[in-house]
Design a protein around this ligand. Structure first.
Ligand SMILES: Cc1cc2nc3c(=O)[nH]c(=O)nc-3n(C[C@H](O)[C@H](O)[C@H](O)COP(=O)(O)OP(=O)(O)OC[C@H]3O[C@@H](n4cnc5c(N)ncnc54)[C@H](O)[C@@H]3O)c2cc1C
Length: 799
């Protein structure tokens, strides 16, 4: 007889067990975990068990904080030991850039309430005395760093789940997963078939194979990883207290006390991917053969940093595989286009992140959405078209850069050129300096003859500064041209299209020929999209939003699709250009004899040259501008027409750096910076685009109305910052009256108005003008800007 369960979690590593526990914790007890061998039979059993909160993404850091705090709770609940060692840890910086990164991290921690601290070499020597501090500028001390017993912790999760009613079947291998027409799953195992409403793939080292059972590819790959446990070290066992962790990014190592000796692991440059052609089902509780050659240079570096190591004998070498996504963060959440299939894979730091992953997934499944923006680990942050030959080099790159400085303007070189438009070669010949977005090549700026074709990664103003200023000037003074390939674009048609959009979007759905801007809300009233909706005909609408959120938005659309509504993701099937600046209309007229007079927020279908185009009279530059869309096959012809027509008006191409500078003049927010599931319409000013009058119970309406009635707690405002050579990027703390009361959502240098500009969330009640923003450890005066710095009454933009 077929057994039934509400959820079948496949995989009994730390992640599967955490998911199972959190499902019971949040109220679902009819849940089951299937493990092909014993619990911990993947990468879990041989982990070093270290945990820390440090993560470049603040929400990931918060979830890591949750994970660490959970262990005591688990111990109390189950009476089992997780083998916790809360010893604290330091992350060293041996050069200016690394130190800048730690300063930026520390600044973020201030408003997150994390008690980290910047310490100098003398303090480091006291905290972690086996460290040779020669050449060290300082370190970030985190009292929450520590380590635990991986196996004990996994079994504690499992026990807690059982106490909540969950079933765990070991020696139960899943061999197939087949979906029934009603969206439920038959999970075929070597112990029989289980009928489950939902599946969670927590297959760890076998996550790819488990995904393939459902016809799915998940972008993850395993890497080999090695750590060494030493014999006894007198400088360690003679101490009265345990030695803290030391992360040494320069040496790509992490070190901690293990019993009376030490344990040190490496993220070595000559690293090796594992199981390139798939993970064998025969792999289990074995380790990989030692490969000390691979970490020879790392060991030599470590001898210099921790001289006691040179005298310590090697007790054991642990060499095992674990999985990574292309950016090193987990792949969590519902898989786009697949009903009731959930990913909990590619968790490379299961003991820092496992609790957060379990909590997030359980909230998503049971409550419909996670409590915070989890974009950094959302499985939908990658497009569905990725394959192994993209994933593997990116995972290798990520492993090698695990301890590198992560710069806000950095473009990574691995697996580039995946998606290019017909403009690629031409723009390249014009000096394009490329970036990558969601696998697509995007021009960041154009270098002129004699300028470097590479933007120097930096926390400070980079070598792109002058080029960006030049491109901004050409837009504001004449006319600039930029590709519109990197917008997410959707076409919605059908007799129920308008009604569907009215329900899914909070704003007004425009009449034929017009455009409106609208937030999309979750049921809890969080921002899950900022869309431009255009109506070409009563039953034909175009939507534009962020290119990188295609899978995220498609998941939501597909989940809510109903009635006679046809939805198509046109993102890569419609491309084109925007032209912006005071001469934009002149260029359009010169390029098309039939171009109509268009008001701000009009849409029209017009031929330009030989190409049928859709033109929208909007521009994210905040200037007079048009977005012009065409079939990618006709893009070069459209270019010829616009470029030629634009010559008398001084047309120049511009890139994303200029675009992001231009939008600052008008305080235009951007997706995932100002507008994200962390924020609400009331906080961000998006409430002005909500149509309170429409008689539709749009998704998120009651939550938005409740916020309107109560008033938002925070407000999004702009500051002019007295910055030196570094502008804000995001998450810098805002000090008001000597206390951190807010944080920057995004910022940069607004070249047209020569203003270092920051957008920030501060308490709604604050009506002052003067604050300070901490940039790389320096307090910079910040003055509130009450009106936009360019075109305050909008006459230029509206034309
Ligand atoms: C040498 C080394 C050191 C590490 N050190 C640390 C550290 O210090 N701190 C840290 O946080 N992380 C560390 N890690 C990483 C950590 O081990 C992983 O993040 C974690 O184990 C991932 O757990 P998981 O549950 O996702 O996967 P896994 O542990 O691989 O578990 C997957 C489980 O799924 C089961 N399974 C797969 N397919 C099926 C199927 N078809 N049917 C039934 N069951 C199936 C497997 O048997 C396995 O038990 C280290 C890893 C290595 C290799």
């Amino acid at each position: 007889m077929t057994e039934t369960t509400r959820v079948a979690v496949i995989g009994g590593g730390v992640i599967g067990c955490s998911v199972l526990y959190h499902l019971t914790k949040l109220g679902w007890s009819d849940v089951m975990l299937l493990e092909r061998s014993e619990l911990t039979s993947g990468s879990t059993w041989h982990a070093a068990g270290g945990f820390h909160t440090l993560n470049g993404d603040t929400n990931m850091a918060a979830l890591q904080g949750y994970t660490i705090r959970l262990y005591r709770e688990l111990e109390e609940l189950t009476g089992m030991s997780c083998g916790l060692h809360h010893v604290g840890g330091v992350t060293l910086a041996d050069n200016r850039d690394r130190f800048d990164m730690l300063l930026a991290e520390r600044a973020k921690h201030r408003y997150m309430g994390l008690e980290t601290e910047i310490v100098g070499p003398e303090e480091i020597a006291k905290i972690a005395p086996i460290t040779n501090t020669d050449g060290i500028l300082g370190a970030l001390y985190d009292p929450l760093d520590g380590h635990l017993d991986p196996s004990g912790t996994t079994h504690a999760y499992a026990k807690a789940a059982r106490m909540g009613g969950a079933t765990i079947k070991t020696h139960c291998k899943v061999t197939a997963t087949t979906q029934r027409p009603d969206g439920t799953w038959d999970v075929v195992t070597d112990q029989g078939t289980i009928h489950a409403e939902h599946i969670v793939n927590a297959g760890g080292l076998w996550a790819r194979e488990v995904a393939a059972m459902a016809g799915l590819y998940l972008p993850l790959h395993a890497m080999e990883h090695q750590y060494i446990v030493t014999d006894e070290v007198p400088e360690i066992y003679e101490r009265s207290e345990e030695h803290p962790h030391v992360m040494d990014p320069a040496g790509e190592s992490y070190l901690r006390q293990e019993g009376r000796g030490l344990c040190i692991g490496f993220y070595e440059q000559p690293c090796k991917p594992w199981a390139v052609d798939g993970t064998s089902w025969d792999f289990g509780h074995e380790l990989l053969p030692d490969d000390l050659d691979k970490i020879e240079d790392s060991i030599a570096f470590a001898y210099d940093r921790f001289p006691v190591l040179e005298r310590a004998g090697v007790k054991s070498v642990i060499h095992g595989p674990f999985t990574f996504a292309p950016d090193g963060n987990p792949l969590v959440g519902p898989v786009t286009g697949m009903r009731n299939y959930w990913s909990a894979c590619a968790v490379m730091a299961g003991f820092s992140q496992g609790g957060g992953v379990g909590l997030t997934l359980a909230q998503w499944m049971i409550e419909g959405e996670p409590e915070r923006d989890v974009t950094a680990m959302d499985v939908a942050r990658f497009p569905a078209h990725l394959r192994q030959e993209f994933t593997r080099p990116k995972v290798i790159e990520n492993y090698q850069k695990r301890f590198s400085v992560a710069y806000p303007n950095e473009e990574l070189p691995a697996a580039r050129g995946l998606r290019r438009t017909p403009m690629y070669d031409l723009f390249d010949s014009m000096g394009a300096v490329w970036g990558a977005q969601y696998g697509l090549e995007v021009v960041n700026y154009f270098a002129e003859d004699g300028e470097e074709r590479y933007e120097t990664p930096s926390f400070r103003r980079s070598n792109a500064f002058d080029a960006t200023a030049r491109e901004v000037r050409s837009v504001r003074e004449a006319v600039g041209l930029n590709e519109t390939h990197n917008f997410g674009k959707y076409e919605v048609t059908g007799t129920d299209a308008r009604a569907w959009l009215d329900r899914i979007m909070a704003g007004r759905i425009p009449k034929p020929g017009r455009i409106s801007l609208t937030p999309m809300l979750s049921p809890k009233g969080k921002l899950i999209g900022d869309f431009t909706v255009s109506c070409l005909a009563e039953e034909r609408f175009l939507l534009t939003a962020s290119y990188g959120s295609q899978s995220y938005h498609m998941r939501w659309f597909l989940k809510h699709l109903s009635g006679d509504v046809h939805l198509e993701n046109m993102s890569d099937r419609r491309t084109g250009f925007q032209i912006a600046g005071p001469r934009a209309t002149d260029v359009l007229r010169a390029a098309s004899r039939v171009a109509p007079d268009m008001r701000f927020l009009d849409i029209a279908e017009v031929e330009i040259g030989m190409t049928p185009c859709i033109i929208q009279r909007v521009s994210y530059t905040g200037d007079l501008g048009y977005e012009i869309y065409c079939d990618p096959m006709a893009q070069r012809q459209l270019w010829d027409a616009l470029w030629e027509a634009g010559q008398p008006f001084g047309i120049k191409p511009f890139g994303m750096r200029a675009m992001m500078s231009l939008r600052l003049d008008r305080f235009f927010g951007s997706w995932l910076a100002e507008f994200s599931p962390d924020y609400t319409p009331g906080e961000t000013g998006m409430d002005r685009f909500i149509s309170w009058k429409k008689e539709v119970d749009f998704i998120g309406r009651s939550a938005a109305e409740a916020e309107k009635a109560k008033g938002a707690d925070r407000q999004l405002i702009a500051f002019a910052v007295e910055a030196n050579d570094a502008d804000t990027h995001g998450y810098e703390p805002v000090w008001i009256d000597g206390i951190v009361q807010g944080f920057v959502t995004s910022g940069g240098y607004a070249h047209h108005t020569c203003t270092s500009t920051a957008l920030a969330l501060v308490p709604a009640a604050w009506d002052g003008d003067d604050a300070e923003i901490e940039i790389l450890g320096e307090m910079c005066k910040a003055k509130r800007l009450r009106t936009t710095i360019f075109d305050p009454d909008g006459t230029r933009m509206r034309g």
